[in-house]
Structure formats: structure tokens, C-alpha cells
Write a protein that binds this ligand. Structure first.
Ligand SMILES: [Zn+2]
Ligand SMILES: [Zn+2]
Length: 439
């Protein structure tokens, strides 16, 4: 059973991208070069390519040409909350962020917990998505944690994996049975690790800042205690487990031990946890309220080191669009989550790469090739003969994140009003131009 993504058809791109610095760790490429795309495939990589007739020319001196990004963790909000996002706007946001594939989580209304719901979505994506879009299926019926979904049928319908993200795993026994199933279906289970009894009514990280603000805290062990449980089940069953949005040093320590034991476990970290801290929350901006919450700088630095070393395999956005009425309320009352597709690369490039904390080729691997491998997709690569799945970035460009400039239907970005460095100017996804800032 192969993992699938769906998007609208259309003519393959014919474009010559001239003079960019092409960086592809997989192809061993890091040089200024011309890249010719014909009918959606990379036809030639060389110096001084002349543009053939009817081929668009993109002058790209000073820009970076990268394998396109893959997001394993997007909340597409459809079906059910199309006031917050839909496949058209999610695609537009993804393309503007340099993404060539995104995977939607299953906590929609209704949840993606049956083949008919999944098939409805795949038909919709085939008609409307401009960026290849795939889907998680729920692990349990209605995410209630009581009854497993028909995992075999959902895998056959193309689900990339199974997750009740949005809520934590309610039952270790259910996780155990799901991990048994994914061994047969060649999929994985993605877990939002959270112990509800430790989470309580917390609204931000429990620590010095929450004490100062007088806000109810979410302790680091609310994450790590549940990570331990999930890893224990994975160790027992040896089924593929993926840990969503890790945020604490404690959780990373448990993950490292699991890796040493050779467990089939992968993990992701979000741009916000990699670049922002609980100190930022002193503004009480509801867009900085997310779950897991922003953590102290020591955790953030541990997360960056884990991303560098590969302990954390990939970046995932946890793009979580919310309606204005859910965010334009006091911090305590606001819903959790930030959007992320349009800002992910810039947030990470400016904070980590331009500042010298992380090498560009590592960031490219963690945003593009590593998540593609986890999903089981063909790995984007800038090599002759490959389908064009790439993005062009102006690494020097500074831009201010403004509500009016976003493609997402929702504007609850943690970076709203902030200046970021690095801007995607062109995205070619599945061989077709999905975003061109000149358009
Ligand atoms: Zn989650
Ligand atoms: Zn999520």
C-alpha cells in the first residue's frame, strides 16, 4: 500500500531558474548554477543554460534554490471549519511557504475516522489543492480513545498514518493495538504526548514566567510522562511511533534512550518551539498560546541541538488556524495554536541559520527530505530526471508578517507584526508552479 497525496492536475512547469545557489544535501549539491525544468521535470543542471523557446526565465542571482518542504503536521480544518481554512487557502499558504506536500491531521468535524470521510477529502484535494495534500486518519473513532478505526481500510484509502492529534492518546491499550496494526499496514502512529492530569487547566509553561504572570502552568512532565508511556508501548510492540511537536529537554532525553535501544521512533519539532520561549508570553498575546506551550530558552536550545544532531528528525508546523473570535479574547480564554506554513522557513532561517546556530543544509534536510522519508513519499531532490519539487528563497529579504499579506484564511500567527528574514519567491510542487511572487 502506497502513501498518496492529491492535488489538481495541470501543465508541467517550463522554467529556467538562472544563477541561484542550489543546495541539496541528498544530491551533494551546493553551487551557483542554472536549473532547467521542462514539463515539470528537472531537465538540466549546468552553467550558462540558454532559455529554450517558450520557457519562462527566473533570474535568481543571490537566491537559494532548495528541495521543497514537506509538512507532516497541518490542521487543514476541513471538513467542518471552513471558516478557518480550506484546501484552497491551505494550499496557497503552503505554496507561499515553500511546501511541496502537506499532511492534514484528522481532528476535523467530522473526524477523518472512516474511509468515506477520507475519500471525500481526497476527492476534494484532487479537485482543489494546488499543493499535493495527504491525510492522517484518526487512530480512534471520533478521537474518543475507545475504539480503533478501520486502520487497514484507511491505509488502503491512502492515509499516511494514524493520529488522534488534537487530543492525547486516551488509552495505552488502544495505542498498543494501533502499533500492532501499523506493522501490517506499513504506516505509523503519530502521538500528541500529553498527560491530562498533569496538564490540568494550564495555559502556558509552568515556571518562573507563569508564576510572575499568575497564570496556570503546564509542567514539562505533562509532555515527558506521556512520551515515556508511548515509548514503553512502542518498545513492547516495535510498531512505528512518531512523536509530534516535542518541546522539552525531558522528552528529548527519553527519545534519546529509545533511539539507543533501536526503537522505530521518529520525532518532530515546530518552528515556534525552536525559536520562541515562554518569555515571549509576557505580552499576553493570545497568538503565543499553543499546546504544548512555549518553553524556557534552555528547552529551546536543547531542541535546536536535537534538530541539528537528528535526534529530532524533522520540522513540522502544527499549522493551527483559528477564527478571530477564538483568539481575540484574554490569553486565558483563547484557544491553543498558531499558524505556521507561511512563516516556518523564514522563522527558522533568520533565527537559526542566519545567526550561525544551524547549517543551511541541515535545515533543508529536516524540512524537506527527512519528513518525506517518514511519510513514505518520493524524496524531493534537485537532480536531473527528478520531478520538480523545489522552492526559491531570497535569504536576504526581510519582511514583516502582516495579516493582510497571509494566504491562510486565519491570521493567528505567533509572528504577526514581527520582522522575519528569508522569503520564498517561487514554489514548484509536483512539477507545477504553485507560487510565484511575481504573479
Ligand atoms: Zn498536538
Ligand atoms: Zn496538531
Amino acid at each position: 500500500m502506497t502513501v498518496r497525496t492529491w492535488c489538481r492536475g495541470g501543465a508541467g512547469a517550463d522554467v529556467l531558474i538562472r544563477g541561484a545557489r542550489a543546495v541539496d544535501p541528498l544530491a551533494g549539491l551546493d553551487q551557483v548554477v542554472d536549473v532547467l525544468v521542462r514539463k515539470g521535470r528537472i531537465a538540466e543542471i549546468a552553467d550558462g543554460i540558454e532559455a529554450p523557446a517558450r520557457v519562462g526565465l527566473v533570474e535568481a542571482e543571490g537566491k537559494l534554490l532548495l528541495p521543497g518542504f514537506v509538512d507532516l503536521h497541518t490542521h487543514l480544518r476541513t471538513p467542518g471549519r471552513e471558516d478557518e481554512e480550506d484546501l484552497v487557502t491551505a494550499s496557497a499558504a503552503a505554496a507561499a511557504g515553500g511546501y511541496v506536500a502537506v499532511f492534514g491531521m484528522a481532528n476535523t468535524e467530522p473526524a477523518v475516522d472512516s474511509a468515506p470521510v477520507l475519500e471525500g477529502l481526497t476527492r476534494e484535494a484532487a479537485a482543489r489543492s494546488t499543493v499535493p495534500t495527504g491525510f492522517f486518519a484518526a487512530m480512534s473513532k471520533d478521537l474518543a480513545g475507545k475504539q480503533l478505526t478501520e486502520m487497514h481500510e484507511l491505509a488502503e484509502a491512502g492515509a499516511v498514518g494514524f493520529s488522534d492529534d488534537g487530543v492525547p492518546v486516551r488509552s495505552a491499550q488502544l495505542l498498543r493495538r494501533a502499533l500492532q496494526y501499523v506493522k501490517v499496514t506499513d504506516r505509523f502512529v503519530a502521538v500528541h504526548a500529553q498527560d491530562d492530569s498533569l496538564m490540568g487547566a494550564g495555559v502556558m509553561h509552568e515556571g518562573a514566567v507563569s508564576a510572575k504572570l499568575g497564570l496556570a502552568g503546564i509542567p514539562a512532565i505533562a509532555e515527558s510522562a506521556d512520551v515515556v508511556r508511548a515509548l514503553e508501548v512502542a518498545r513492547y510492540e516495535h510498531g512505528r511511533l512518531h512523536l509530534c511537536h516535542l518541546s522539552t529537554t525531558l522528552a528529548l532525553e527519553h527519545l534519546a534512550r529509545a533511539r539507543d535501544l533501536g526503537l522505530p521512533v521518529t520525532a518532530e519539532a515546530t518552528p515556534h518551539h525552536l525559536t520562541l520561549t515562554d518569555e515571549c508570553v509576557t505580552t499576553l498575546d493570545p497568538n503565543l498560546k499553543m499546546n504544548p506551550p512555549l518553553r524556557p530558552d534552555a528547552d529551546r536550545r536543547a531542541l535546536v541541538e536535537a534538530l541539528r544532531s537528528g535526534l529530532v528528525d524533522c520540522v513540522a508546523t502544527d499549522h493551527a488556524p483559528h477564527a478571530e473570535q477564538e483568539k481575540e479574547v484574554p490569553f486565558e480564554a483563547a484557544t491553543f495554536g498558531t499558524t505556521g506554513l507561511e512563516t516556518a522557513f523564514a522563522a527558522l532561517y533568520g533565527a537559526l541559520v542566519a545567526s550561525g546556530q544551524l547549517a543551511l543544509d541541515v535545515l533543508v534536510t529536516r524540512m524537506s527530505q527527512a519528513p518525506a522519508r517518514i511519510a513514505g513519499l518520493p524524496v524531493p531532490s534537485i537532480a536531473v530526471g527528478e520531478q520538480a519539487d523545489l522552492c526559491l528563497v531570497d535569504g536576504a529579504a526581510r519582511w514583516v508578517v502582516e495579516a493582510g499579506g497571509l494566504h491562510s484564511k486565519s491570521t493567528n500567527s505567533a509572528w504577526l507584526g514581527q520582522s522575519l528574514q528569508g522569503r520564498v519567491t517561487l514554489t514548484v510542487a509536483a512539477g507545477r508552479v504553485a507560487f510565484d511572487d511575481r504573479a
